[in-house]
Design a protein around this ligand. Structure first.
Ligand SMILES: [Zn+2]
Length: 88
């Protein structure tokens, strides 16, 4: 039997417990929704619909991916409109 070689990263978590997480924006989903990652322990947060920060669970990752797609396609459409209105 082999023992799993991956050790839990204890130090960064202890650091965060002491000094607090150091969240940095890792992804901009829409104007209002962003994803944050702690530079020490890699814990991830996201903005929810109320604008407060919550843990980025797989469920919210999914929601953010959908939001991002909607946001991007809306941006594309706006660009097209802008081009059309500049022609006519
Ligand atoms: Zn942290």
């Amino acid at each position: 039997m082999k023992k799993p070689t991956t050790k839990p990263a204890l130090m960064p978590k202890m650091y965060c417990n002491f000094f607090g997480h150091d969240y940095q924006v890792s992804k901009k989903v829409t104007y209002h929704v962003k994803e944050y990652t702690c530079s020490h322990c890699k814990k991830q947060l996201t903005t929810n619909s109320n604008g407060s920060l919550i843990e980025l669970t797989p469920k919210f990752k999914e929601i953010n991916a959908i939001l991002e797609r909607i946001h991007n396609s809306r941006m594309e459409r706006l660009k097209e409109k802008a081009i059309l209105s500049s022609i006519y």
